[in-house]
Write a protein that binds this ligand. Sequence first.
Ligand code: GLN
Ligand code: ZN
Length: 764
Amino acid sequence: MVQSSVLGFPRMGANRELKKATEAYWGGKLSQADLLTEAKRLRLEHWNIQKKAGVDVIPSNDFALYDQVLTHIQDFGAAPPRYTTQNLDPIDEYFAMGRGHQKGGVDVPSLEMVKWFDSNYHYVKPTLQDNQTFKLSANPKAVVEFIEAKEAGIITRPVLVGPVSFLALGKPDRDQTVSPIDLLDKLLPVYEELLTKLKAAGAETVQIDEPTMVFDLPAKTKAAFKPTYEKLAALGDKIPKIVLATYFGDIVHNIDALPTDVYAVHVDLVRNPEQLDTVIGALGSKTILSAGVVDGRNIWKNNLKRSIETVEKAVQKLGKDRVIVATSSSLLHTPHTLASEKKLDPEIADWFSFAVEKASEVAVIAKAVTEGPAAVRAELEANAKSIQARATSKRTNDPKVKERQSKITPEFYNRKSEFPIRIAQQQKSLGLPLFPTTTIGSFPQTKEIRVQRNKFTKGEITAAEYEKFIEKEIQDVVKVQEELDLDVYVHGEPERNDMVQYFGERLDGYAFTTHAWVQSYGSRCVRPPIIVGDISRPAPMTVKESKYAVSISKKPMKGMLTGPITCLRWSFPRDDVHQSVQAEQLALALRDEVVDLEAAGVFVIQVDEPALREGLPLRSGKEREAYLDWAVKSFRLSVAGVQDSTQIHSHFCYSEFQDFFHAIAALDADVLSIENSKSDAKLLKVFVDEAYPRHIGPGVYDIHSPRVPSEQEIKDRIEEMLAYLKPEQLWIDPDCGLKTRQWSETKAALTNMVNAAKFYRQKY
Ligand code: GLN
Ligand code: ZN
C-alpha cells in the first residue's frame, strides 16, 4: 500500500497560541511549567489533526519553542560557551541563543539568525568552535516527544536535521577558524547515540533532513553524504530506518552523492517534478521514494489528478510498497487552517488549502493510488471542480492586464537619458548639498498610530477622521525633519500597516486573510497577502499622502513605494503563472503610481526592494541568471516612466552585493541606500572595483537597536566610507526605516547624523 506522510506541521496553533505563550513567558507573565504544558497541548493537537486527516506517517520533533535547528544545537551540546557558562536553566539558555538574554546580571546577544533556504523562515546558525565537542543531552527532545506521542497512541516519525546539513548550515564562531564540515567525525557518534535511543523508545523510522543536498556544494560537503549514511546503515537494526529528506530544489546535480543504503529518499516534486526519473534511477534496490507532491510552501489547493498521475508514474517503476505520498517540505511555511478564514469570499476560499487541509490531501492521494480513484471519487470530483473554477474565474484572468503586458516594448525599461545627464538635471532642480541627508521612509509607528488605525479598521472612526489624523502625523514628521535640517524629507508612512499589505489592499488581484499567519522567526509571524489573479491598480495608492506632504514641505519630499519583487516575495504568489509574469504586472501597476507621483509634484521617488536578494535561486547558473534578469526588468519597468529630473532611489536591507553586483548596477537607480552600518565598510569595495557611477547611501548607523550613535561614531563611519566612495556619491542616512524605534532615540540619532554630514560638507 502507498502510505501518506507529512514532513512537518506548523507549530504556532490555529490562533498563534505558541506565540502568545512564549511571549508571555518572556514577559514574566507565564511560568515555565505553563509554557511547556501549552507546548505539549499544541503538539498533541497537531498530531491528532493529522491522524484524523488519515495521514499514515506523522512527524514528531518538528515542533520547537523557537527554532528546530536551535533545538539540535542545544541537544548536541553545541551551545557556545558564552551561553553555557551563565548558569541559565536549559529553556532560558535555549531562548538566550535565539533572542539574547539581558536579565539578572546576564547579558548575552543572540546567535546569528538567517533565512532558511529561500523561505521567509529564519533559523539559528550552528556556531562552532575550533575545539568543538558534541555531547547528546540527557533528555533529547526527539526522544521525549516521540514518547509523548506514543503515550497518546500515535507512533510518529521523528524528524532530525541531518549531520551534513547541520554542519553545512553552520559557521565558525567569531575568532574561530574551524571549517564546520571537518567536525563530522566528532558529530556522528551523537547521531548514532540519538538514533539508538529513538529505536529503543520504539521509533521504526526517522526522517533525517538533508536539504543542503539541493545546493551547489563544496566538494568536501558533497563527498560527506555517502560515507555518513553508510556508517549509519552499518548500525542495522539498532537504529530506526532512515528516510533521507531533501526539499526546495532538485538533487540531480548531486545525484552521485545520494546514499543508496537508506530506507527511503524524499524529494520535492512540486518545485522540481522533472527530477523524478533521475532520482528513481539512482535509488538503492530496495529504497522507497517519498514523493513530495503537496506544496509545503504555498496555499493553493492541490491538483489531485496531477499528483495522482505523478505518484502513479513512480508506482509503475517501484511498486506500491516503495512509494510514499508526502508534502513537498515541512508545512511550517503554510498557515494553520482555512477553517479560520471567515471573511474570505467563498469563491476564492475554495481555491486554498492550508496545513490542516494539506494533511487531508496527502491522505486522499495515497488512498487513490492504493485503492483506485473510486475509493475517493467524491473528493476527486470536488477537487476537479475547484481547480477548474479557479482556472476559468474572472478573478484570475483579466484580459486588460494581459493586453497591456503584450504591449511592453524595450523602451519601457529605460530612463530617457543616461545617469550623467539625469543627475545634472536632478542637481539643478533639487539643489541638494554635498553629503545629502535623508531617511529610509518610515518614522516611529507610535501606539497612537496603531490605535487610530485599529479604530478606523473597526469602523469606530470615519475615513475623514482617520485622514485628518494621518495628515496631522505627516505634519509632525515634516516639522521634525525641518528642525533636524534634513535635506530630503519623507512623509513617515504613518498610514501603512505593512509595506506589502498596504499595496496589496489597493491592488486588484490580491486576497487577504485574517488568520493565515506563518512563522518567520521565533515568535514572530507574518501574514502574507495572496496573489490570486492578474494584478492591476484601480486607483492611485499613495499619491494623496505624498501630495499633501509635498504641499507642506520646503524641501524635496521623497515618495515611497514597495517594489515589484518585494511585493511578490512577501506575498503567497500564484502557482498558475510564472512569477516573472506576476512581477511584471506589479511593475506596471507601480509604474502608473510612479508617474502619478511625479505628476503630483513628487520629484524624488524611492522604490524599496529589500526582498530582491532572498528571491535569488539557491543555485548559481542559468536559473539564477534568469531570475535576476526578470527581477531587474521589473524594477526598471516600474520606475522608467519618469523624466530625467526625477530622482529614483531604491533601498535594500543588506549590503552583500558581491555575488550579484551586476544586477544591482543594472537597476540603474539614481541613489541606492543599503544596510552597511553593521558590516565592514570593505564591502563597499565592490562599488569601486566595478566603477559604480551612481549615488549610494550605505547607512551610517544601525536602526535595529535603540542605541544612539554619537556624532563621532558617525563621522568615523563616514570616513571609512570615503575610502571607497567619492564625496559626490555619498548620501548620509540611517540603514533602514525607523518605524520600530522610539521618537526620543530617533531624534537624538538623526541630530548626530546631520551634524556629522555638515562636518564633512564643511571639510570638502
Ligand atoms: N521604506 C521602508 C521603511 O522605511 C523600508 C523598509 C525596509 O526596507 N524593510 O519602513
Ligand atoms: Zn531596510
